[in-house]
Ligand binder design. Structure first.
Ligand code: NDP
Ligand code: 8X3
Length: 257
């Protein structure tokens, strides 16, 4: 049964990777979309594709989730137009740098903490009250295996994703007494632009992360998210950890030599 059709899905970080794959998957399933990211040229190209390919209704906003005023403005515009999201996918996020804490760049720390934690909070604070008011909705937070186990030089990224995990648990408690669901999707290695962003555009170093084994694709994660949001309202997946078969824990990976 398709319970996605006709629903409004708000996806943050829809200009690439997992967010873009979710947009494509949900459009194919007949959803209406609200897509947010900073790169509006990418969002516009994606929207044109989805409107052409699936006759999808797509609303776009160039939003930096770190900018609380911009988030509130985009949310107000949606809500005022009568568009309360049925599903919020809190996906916008990044790793920036990979070094020991005592050698780390505080600019990288700010970028991760402000995006992964405060950005997710900004968006949730702007949207969730409207779900609560009408007693309907589903929040899906994109966490990580990095929320369950630290790895060398993951420190601050780990801390943000451990934090997202705590927020997912906390939000789920906060919506007690309503039928609203909160789910966390926690992927391992997914080949997207993630590592390129982490290594500040060093494509060779980014490529090496996924060499010698078959990583997940963004479509694999979109499939899992589609499963979670398509479940009947009385069923909630609290936390779904999804890894490539070759990934045995957050840092042990069977790589062909
Ligand atoms: P990508 O780099 O491909 O996509 C990240 C998305 O987040 C982009 O659309 C980017 O859009 C958006 N984004 C980043 N910063 C901001 C911001 N300040 N405001 C709004 N949007 C922003 O990586 P992934 O698709 O892999 O990452 C998506 C999520 O998945 C992240 O939360 C990441 O931590 C998580 N994740 C990724 C894994 C992986 O191995 N790839 C594994 C586990 C979790 P734009 O630059 O246009 O703003
Ligand atoms: C991303 C997974 O292990 O590359 O959340 O940090 S990892």
């Amino acid at each position: 049964m398709n319970r996605i059709q006709g629903k409004l899905m708000l996806i943050t970080g829809a200009s690439s990777g997992i967010g873009e794959a979710c947009a494509r998957r949900f459009a194919a399933d007949g959803a209406n979309l609200a897509l947010w990211a900073r790169r509006s040229d990418r969002l516009e190209r994606l929207a044109a594709d989805l409107r052409r390919g699936h006759q999808a209704s797509v609303l776009l906003a160039a939003v930096d989730v770190r900018d609380r005023a911009a988030v509130n403005g985009a949310a107000t515009e949606l809500i005022a137009g009568g568009y309360v999201p049925d599903v919020l996918i809190n996906n916008a996020g990044l790793a920036s740098g990979m070094s020991k804490v005592y050698e780390g760049d505080p600019e990288d720390w700010d970028r991760m903490i402000d995006t992964n934690l405060k950005g997710l909070l900004n968006v949730t604070r702007a949207i969730l009250p409207h779900m609560v008011a009408r007693r309907r909705g589903h929040v899906v937070n994109i966490g990580s295996t990095a929320a369950h186990m630290t790895y060398p030089m993951g420190n601050v990224y780990n801390a943000t994703k451990f934090g997202v995990r705590a927020l997912s648990e906390g939000m789920n408690l906060d919506v007690a007494g309503t039928p609203i669901r909160v789910s966390s999707i926690d992927p391992g290695f997914v080949e997207t632009e993630f590592s390129e962003v982490r290594f500040h555009g060093d494509t060779q170093r980014a490529k090496a992360v996924y060499q010698g084994f078959q990583p997940l694709t963004a479509d694999d994660i979109a499939d899992a998210i589609a499963y979670v949001v398509n479940l009947p309202e009385h069923v909630n997946i609290l936390d779904l950890i999804i890894v490539p078969t070759a990934q045995r824990n957050v840092y042990v990976v069977d790589r062909e030599q």
